[in-house]
Design a protein around this ligand. Sequence first.
Ligand code: HEC
Length: 391
Amino acid sequence: MIDWTPTPEQVNTVLGALYEVQDALRRLWFALGLSEPLAGQPVWPWAQRLHGELMVFEPGQARRLLLCAAALAIAFPLMGLAVFWRRARWPGLVAAVALLAAAPWGVFGLLAGPALPSSFHVSDSGFSARSIVRGQAVYHQHCQRCHAADGGGEGPDAPALPMWPPRLNGRLLWQRLEGELWWRVRHGLQDRDGQTTMPGFAQALSEADTWAVLDFLQAQASGQTLAREGRWELPVRLPDAQVRCGVAPELRPLRSLQGQRLLVASGPGVALPLDPRVLAVGQGAALGSDCRVIEAEAADFQQALALVLGQPQDPARGKTPAQQLLVDRQGWLRARAPAGQVWSAADLVCRTGSVEARQPPSQAQDADPLGALVAAMDADPVAPRRGGVPH
Ligand code: HEC
């Protein structure tokens, strides 16, 4: 038992539980009237929180955390027994104290680290195309001068700063909790001596605009990673938009189609094949699509997709060919190919790396390219983390 090392999946579960317990604690504190709301959500009232990232590199810490949880889970009922059943008083107490003394509490010291009042805040923007496009405008107005148009950190004002802005078009955003990014954009950053390294934007930006600029940054970082490395190294969701499906008159968000695989056209006029394994989401008067993005959101949706695809935004550089995108049942963007082209295994640009070994034989690929891709995608579910938290 003591030699057991948790698998990555088990570590993920412990990470998720660690997050949930802390999140529940902040909600409980709020429900008891002990903390204030901020931007409509309960604050995290303490200066420290438990950071789980370390467990990814040292799974042994996850085991120690589980042992502490087990010690508490057994010791409390034992103490209860000791209180209510006189004959069990001394054995019960001794066993409870021994268990508590033996638990490896040191793990809490290792996992504790600084927290912010909005550490556990979650965005309510839904990663919608509208929010991403709004965030792009905010970024151009307020952030680009330091962080550069592509988020690379070499904006025109950057050389005069006490430190270079970090690259926002790679992994960094995925290493942070979104609530902590939100706080830093609103309240700025200081170095160890208390000198301002980045100004805060709480006066200039609404709370929603702050979430929007983070949505934009994430969309842009995904697209730039794809353009640079040919992969969505860190999974990104399909931007949300309102669609109309079949002849039903009511609107529904794309998010509500989660649970089904989607085949999405990145531009108008793309004919999507009707296939029972995927739900086709077209635009404009697309032929054969099951659902269509509504006219009022089509422009935002196309722009958001161009961002996550890393397609040039500059119209002078010419129109980029429309793409077809494959979305898995959990809502993650997984594969992309030029519209009208036959799918190939290489189009699966969001994968965990273990799928190569499981790729179908090439005859199967030739006979049914979409089926082969769907099988490869389903066999390789992604379990993304954000700031060490599965999400
Ligand atoms: C005056 C220049 C400047 C402007 C304007 C600016 N930033 Fe920054 N930003 C920086 C610098 C410098 C850092 C690194 C600060 C540090 O690590 O102490 C930074 C860091 C960041 C980070 C990383 C935070 C982290 O957790 O490591 C994010 C995200 C960010 N900026 C977003 C934005 C957004 C969004 C805007 C516009 C609303 C913006 N910045 C405007 C200079 C700027």
